[in-house]
Design a protein around this ligand. Structure first.
Ligand SMILES: Cc1cc2nc3c(=O)[nH]c(=O)nc-3n(C[C@H](O)[C@H](O)[C@H](O)COP(=O)(O)OP(=O)(O)OC[C@H]3O[C@@H](n4cnc5c(N)ncnc54)[C@H](O)[C@@H]3O)c2cc1C
Length: 268
């Protein structure tokens, strides 16, 4: 299939982009790396009247070390982060699981966060690390926590005239664990888990990345990997079944991954 017709704009500044979104609202769609949106256009799952290409907006690019951590512009491509060096290893570990190298040369951090695939690594990382998302429209700017942003699968808390400008991550060096099960390298995760400090997230299991608060309480109380942790993870994990894996599979394997990432973080 071919996409339905649309007007194409490539603004050179954030102000120019925002005025397009103010004018077109729900009729407009942002184009980042196009790795998810272009197939959706081709299948006519998305039929915007106006496509606003964010590629030339300097305000949306780049990685900055801040007082409290890191600020990553939404149009920063995965490959730029891989090559940046000096970033906390948990970021590199998560990115290495995103598709193939070719995908990562085009895919952006912001595109991944807004697309909000339940198995996506960036949504999971942002929930795990309690990231803050910077949103802006011609009406003003606001900040949301990653958990507030992730409303439902493929549904971010973003108004039609808003853009995601950047994601702020706290300092996230130190021990971590990150693991997932995928059918083939480069596929989306069937199920995944990550741990940093005493925080634990499961992804690819439920509707959105899920912080496992029971497991976190277990770790905060001095507990570690083992049967008790696995049982806690299985009990609290929201798991769905689809053509790729049953809910029971996701829950059982997810709990094993939780044990594994907690063990990796403890051993580091
Ligand atoms: C074969 C294949 C394998 C993949 N495997 C994985 C994987 O394992 N893990 C994973 O996480 N992803 C995977 N992806 C998806 C990939 O990471 C995409 O790059 C990502 O989901 C979307 O990023 P993008 O920059 O391409 O955004 P686009 O496709 O351009 O946009 C995605 C959505 O976000 C919106 N959007 C983008 N940027 C902004 C912004 N700044 N403000 C507001 N809205 C915005 C767009 O309007 C659109 O709705 C895979 C993709 C392919 C094709």
């Amino acid at each position: 299939m071919k996409s339905s017709p649309f007007d194409y704009h490539r603004p050179e500044s954030l102000a120019e982009a925002l005025s397009l979104f103010a004018e077109w609202g729900e009729e407009a769609r942002a184009l980042a790396g196009g790795q998810s949106l272009v197939p959706m256009l081709a299948m006519r799952l998305a039929r915007p009247a106006v496509l606003v290409d964010l590629a030339r907006i300097p305000e949306l690019r780049g990685v900055t070390k801040t007082a409290g951590g890191w600020r990553i512009g939404s149009m920063t491509r995965e490959v730029e982060l891989e090559r940046a060096g000096g970033l906390p290893p948990i970021i590199a570990a998560a990115i290495s699981h995103i598709g193939h190298f070719q995908i990562r040369t085009q895919g952006t951090v912001g595109g991944s966060l807004v697309h909000l695939d339940p198995a996506g690594e960036w949504p999971a990382l942002s929930v795990l690390l309690e990231a803050t998302l910077e949103l802006v429209s011609s009406r003003g700017s606001r900040r949301l926590s990653a958990r507030e942003f992730a409303l439902a699968p493929m549904l971010a808390a973003l108004e039609p005239d808003e853009l995601l400008v950047a994601v702020q991550l706290p300092d996230c060096g130190g021990p971590f664990g990150f693991a997932e099960v995928e059918r083939r390298p480069g596929d989306f995760a069937l199920v995944g888990a990550a741990c940093h400090g005493s925080r634990v997230v499961a992804f690819g299991t439920g509707r959105v990345p899920q912080r496992l608060t029971g497991c976190e309480a277990h770790l905060a109380a001095g507990g570690g990997p083992g049967l008790e942790l696995r049982k806690l993870a299985e009990d609290e994990m929201e798991a769905h079944g689809d053509i790729h894996a049953s809910a029971a599979y996701r829950r059982q394997v997810g709990a094993r991954l939780v044990e594994r990432v907690v063990g990796a973080a403890a051993a580091a």
